[in-house]
Design a protein around this ligand. Structure first.
Ligand SMILES: *Cc1c(COP(=O)(O)O)cnc(C)c1O
Length: 343
């Protein structure tokens, strides 16, 4: 089913006309043989952007997270994440299934944990314990509500991890949303971590692609895994060109998505029976419990208006703004929701 207003996720964007032209006109080489200048430009540029030495172009953020774990962890090692983390909930068990790594969930408000909670979770060096090896931070948090980790909190968490001999991965699927919301450069977040991923298919609006950045030695090993997993590509410059276009044209405009999310939260907040969580970036979480409807029932009614959100649990829905959703769409959505609640 096609939705006229699709707030399910920022993955639901279509490439713009300008991006399609860039893709069509790209003269790409064989990236697997390092013969593609466009992929080379993208990886050089993103390594610098993310505060790292080197980067590798990959089909998806899931592969970027998976390869980060494969490179850094040994079977039986432990990866520490927030309990809402993508690694744990949405990667088909990649860390365990591919790397033999145990994923240990820890708690904290809004998808984030603090240095003290991490310190308490890291296991001492004992022969009979799993080795705590890696911690992963989601910037912005996804199921945590689209919140932005403050730089100081990442710094404190990374310091604890590094003191105890762990490496830090920044799952930056939506890192540029955090950059635009906080005015902190991506490289300042990235330089605190050992590996950083960035997704081009979320708010950046590309049909394909992610990068993983790290030290030259780490990215060398990542290449072996990319090859092994079948992630090595051929004329991938066609997609890399779209990613470069997105870095040039789709970053600053994330501020519009954030403004639209705030507007939606504001309009929904005025409707009796809805509880709206605070908005920091492009996600709006709304609890419809007081309407007497489940999230499923609520979404079915929205579908009658050609609108879709995603379901996050019994009575909670999530709306994500993106370049396919303008201010009019937000107002139309709020009016539809008002009507559903009043009925
Ligand atoms: C979407 C997402 C990913 C990776 O997703 P792909 O769809 O595989 O690109 C990783 N982490 C987070 C937090 C995400 O939201």
């Amino acid at each position: 089913m096609q939705f006229t207003i699709d707030l399910y996720s920022d993955t639901k964007t279509q490439p713009t006309a300008a991006m399609r032209r860039v893709i069509a006109e790209a003269v790409a080489g064989d990236e697997q043989h390092l013969e593609c200048p466009i992929v080379a430009e993208l990886t050089t540029r993103t390594a610098t952007l993310l505060g790292q030495e080197a980067a590798i172009f990959l089909p998806s953020g899931t592969m970027a997270n998976g390869i980060a774990v494969l490179v850094q962890c040994r079977p039986g090692d432990e990866l520490i994440v927030h309990h809402t983390a993508h690694h744990l909930n949405f990667e088909a068990g990649s860390a365990a299934g591919l790397a033999g790594t145990m994923v240990r969930p820890i708690d904290g408000a809004a998808g984030q944990f603090d240095a003290a909670t991490l310190a308490a979770a890291i296991r001492p060096e004992k022969r009979h314990l799993p080795r705590s090896r890696m911690v992963s931070i989601e910037q912005t948090t996804n199921i945590g509500g689209g919140t932005v980790w403050p730089l100081e909190r990442i710094e404190a968490v990374a310091n604890v991890a590094h003191e105890r001999g762990l490496v830090v991965h920044l799952d930056g699927a939506r890192l540029m949303n955090a950059v635009v919301a906080s005015s902190v450069d991506a490289g300042r977040f990235g330089a605190l971590c050992d590996t950083v991923s960035l997704d081009f298919t979320k708010g950046l609006g590309c049909p394909f692609g992610a990068v993983l950045a790290g030290s030259a030695a780490t990215i060398d090993q990542a290449w072996r895994w990319k090859q092994r997993l079948g992630g090595s590509m051929r004329q991938a410059g066609m997609f890399a060109a779209a990613c470069i276009h997105a870095l040039d044209h789709h970053v600053e405009r994330l501020a519009d998505d954030h403004a639209n999310a705030r507007l939606l939260a504001h309009l929904l907040g005025a409707i009796d029976g809805l509880r709206v969580m605070p908005v920091e970036t492009n996600m709006v979480f709304v609890d419809v419990a007081d309407t007497g409807l489940t999230a499923d029932e609520f979404n079915a009614r929205l579908a009658e208006f050609g609108i879709r959100m995603s379901i996050q649990g019994g009575t909670v829905l999530r709306a994500v703004t993106h370049l396919g959703v303008d201010r009019d769409a937000i107002e139309t959505t709020a009016a539809a929701i008002d009507e559903i609640v009043r009925r």
